[in-house]
Design a protein around this ligand. Structure first.
Ligand code: CP
Ligand code: NVA
Length: 297
């Protein structure tokens, strides 16, 4: 039975913990099968993974491409506009064809429903590389980053401040599964419609108070309209030095990137001493390698 990774809800708590263990080992080079460099796990030897990008990407695209290569597999990177999908071929037919030729499909799309349809029609695992609703690959890298900074995840307090978007939703789902106390602070019109077991508030200061990690994301996600209104409405939720001061002294600052310093986060905080954003970006690679092994193992 093939397994997909579309929202993160496909994982159990123990499985998530093992996935993070494996990601940490891959990062540290503790793989017993390792031969040299970052190569050597060979867990994807002889296997191909299609990486379909219907939306722009820097981190996700590179980390999956390099990750498949480092596991001994073959990444096939495809832009949506160069596939027949862009000329009306159906998602279901595309899923059938991909299933005959590759061992897994990673897809970034402007429609979550399209990814669900692809997964339903495919015989191979499908991984969500971001939709407007979910970004679960980001969340597993975020948990890896928290774990390497703090050790045990259980009981950590993470305050997400800003737009209640795909990144916030995935953090809520996977953070809750990992035992992290997630609080999402957003204006009422931008808040998650479902709590997913975490705390929702419209008070950024209360969310940041005593937090171990402060997290934000762009105010205008891919596909969002009315940029000016969003900037105005979300301005009180900027991650700035005052919010950092409300968190613990040991708190780290997270952002999935790309960032817009001056909008959702000040440059002082983004590039300040508490920022872990580039570790977080690197951890996309390690977490996704562990995910590929789990789904293709
Ligand atoms: N964080 C993230 O998914 O970045 P990209 O859009 O560059 O892939
Ligand atoms: N919320 C952002 C995340 C980008 C990685 C978007 O969907 O555009």
């Amino acid at each position: 039975m093939k397994r997909d990774f579309l929202t993160g809800e496909e994982l159990g708590a123990f499985e998530l913990e093992r996935l993070l263990d494996r990601a940490a080992d891959l990062k540290a080079g503790h793989d017993p099968a390792r031969k040299g460099g970052r190569l050597g796990a060979e867990s994807l030897a002889g296997r191909s993974v299609a990486l379909v990008f219907e939306r722009p990407s820097t981190r996700t695209r590179i980390s999956f491409d390099v990750g498949v290569y480092e596991l001994g597999g073959h990444p096939v990177v495809l832009r949506g506009d160069e596939m027949q999908l862009s000329r009306g071929e159906s998602i279901a037919d595309t899923a059938q064809v991909l299933s005959r030729m590759v061992d897994a499909v990673v897809i970034r799309s402007g429609s979550h429903q399209r990814v669900v349809e692809l997964a339903a029609a495919a015989d191979v695992p499908v991984i969500n590389a971001l939709t407007p609703l979910h970004h679960p690959c980001q969340a597993i890298a975020d948990l890896l980053t928290l774990r390497e900074r703090f050790g045990d995840l259980s009981g950590l307090r993470l305050a997400y401040v800003g737009d209640g978007n795909n990144v916030a939703r995935s953090l809520a789902i996977l953070g809750e599964l990992a035992g992290v106390e997630v609080v999402v602070a957003a204006p009422a019109d931008y808040q998650l419609e479902e709590a997913h077991g975490v705390k929702l508030t419209n008070d950024p200061r209360a969310a940041a108070d005593g937090a171990d990690a402060l997290y934000t994301d762009v105010w205008v996600s891919m596909g969002d309209e009315d940029e000016e209104r969003r900037r105005k409405d979300l301005a009180p939720f900027r991650l700035d030095a005052d919010l950092v001061a409300a968190a613990k002294d040991s708190a780290i600052v997270l952002h999935c990137l790309p960032a817009h310093p001056g909008d959702e986060i000040t440059a002082e905080v983004l590039y300040g001493p508490q920022s872990a954003v580039f570790d977080q970006a690197e951890n996309r690679l390690h977490a996704q390698k562990a995910l590929l092994e789990l789904l293709l193992g």
